[in-house]
Design a protein around this ligand. Structure first.
Ligand code: NAP
Length: 338
């Protein structure tokens, strides 16, 4: 197999490039050379995906059996359309990394692979879409929905759309699991979002990567939700964080209404906490039937801690800094409980 990874130096794209090399595939990566560094063993091509001349130069390094596009999170549908159009003759298949945010019902409703999508044209610019007052739908979701349309318009039944929920694992630059791990390490009374038995279903970056590679090598098409089928409860999640870090801490489970009253921001101040009914109710049975294998989340937690502990530094990324409640605010809320 000969594949092109758009991105390939950062979190998911890096895992995909490493996984493909481990399978003995030949891998070209395309990025600007700013985030991370090219994985040893790939054929790197440097350029900007928004520049037609860079994409045309890239196309001359083909052909490929498949393109895996991991880098579309900050790009408008028309940028995705540009890349798919310029690379159409150079690639047989296109595996696109999308998101569950493309669904109209996310995060309010239970979702399947057939749920209704947000509407956004394939040639939309970055102005199309909006974020609702309660944080849903999102401008990001509209843009990613338009990106999906750009892929299917050009690659038709050789297009695969992967829709992960939250992705965690070694290299996670967003800072969700890293924050909980550092908080667990610090110990003491830990502000935790009730109910403790709420199941969460993040997926390991390495499992998304393997599934993307399987899809690159298959003849399938269409959309797949990529979420952890079993997940784990928040209580087990915090227990594992305490166990791997050796933190002497005890979660104090606080009702959502109390957290809201104190102005705790969902999703960021207490990462992975969100009260909407559908946020952790995304069915991924189509992916499971197509071979998605999700490791136990305890392994994700353990390996992320090993990565954090070995590296020791926060990742220099704006999203990292936006995660986690400050110690004073946390202490104030805990003190108010008596
Ligand atoms: N993280 C999550 O929880 C989550 C959840 C659901 C879906 N997703 C989706 O998963 C995908 C992967 O996300 P990610 O966070 O691993 O990667 P990402 O931040 O979307 O992409 C980063 C990669 O793209 C390259 N890149 C950025 N701008 C570029 C440009 N103009 N031209 C060429 N390459 C460019 C970067 O290298 P350079 O900067 O060096 O160019 C880097 O290799 C995204 O599509 C995201 O929407 C993520």
């Amino acid at each position: 197999m000969r594949i092109l990874v758009i991105g390939g130096t950062w979190f998911l794209g890096k895992c995909i490039a490493e996984g493909a090399l481990a399978r003995g595939w030949s891998v070209t990566t395309f990025n600007r050379g700013r985030s991370g560094r090219d994985v040893d063993g790939v054929e790197p091509v440097h350029g900007d995906r928004t520049a037609p001349e860079d994409l045309e130069r890239l196309a001359r390094s083909g052909p490929w059996d498949a393109v895996i596009d991991t880098s579309s999170s900050d790009f408008a549908p028309r940028d995705v359309l540009l890349a798919t159009t310029v690379l159409r003759e150079a690639a047989r298949r296109w595996v696109h990394i999308s998101t569950v945010s493309v669904y109209q019902g996310w995060p309010h409703e239970r979702l399947t692979d057939e749920s209704a999508l947000l509407e956004c044209p394939a040639d939309a610019d970055e102005t199309v879409g909006y974020t609702g007052p309660d944080g849903s739908p999102t401008h990001y979701g509209f843009q990613k929905a338009g990106g999906e349309r750009a892929v299917t318009d050009v690659f038709g039944d050789t297009a695969v759309l992967l829709r992960p929920g939250v992705i965690l694992g070694p290299g996670e630059y967003v800072g969700r699991l890293p924050w909980w791990l550092r908080r667990a390490e610090r110990g003491g009374r830990i502000l935790a979002p009730a109910p403790a038995e709420q199941r969460i279903q993040p997926v390991d970056v390495r499992d998304v990567a393997e599934f993307a590679l399987d899809q690159a090598a298959s003849e399938t098409s269409g959309g797949y939700n990529v979420t952890h089928p079993q997940g784990m409860t928040f209580a087990d999640f915090l227990r594992e964080c305490l166990s791997v870090t050796g933190g002497a801490g005890k979660p104090v489970w606080v009702e959502p209404a109390v957290l809201t009253e104190h102005g705790v921001k969902q999703w960021t101040e207490l990462p992975l906490w969100r009260t909407h009914a559908g946020v952790w109710a995304v069915d991924s049975s189509r992916a499971a039937a197509a071979g998605l294998r999700c490791r136990p989340l305890a392994e994700t937690i353990r390996d992320t801690w090993a990565w954090l502990a070995a590296d020791g530094r926060p990742v220099d990324h704006p999203r990292w800094a936006a995660h986690g409640i400050g110690p004073e605010k946390e202490e104030k809320i805990l003190a108010s409980l008596g």
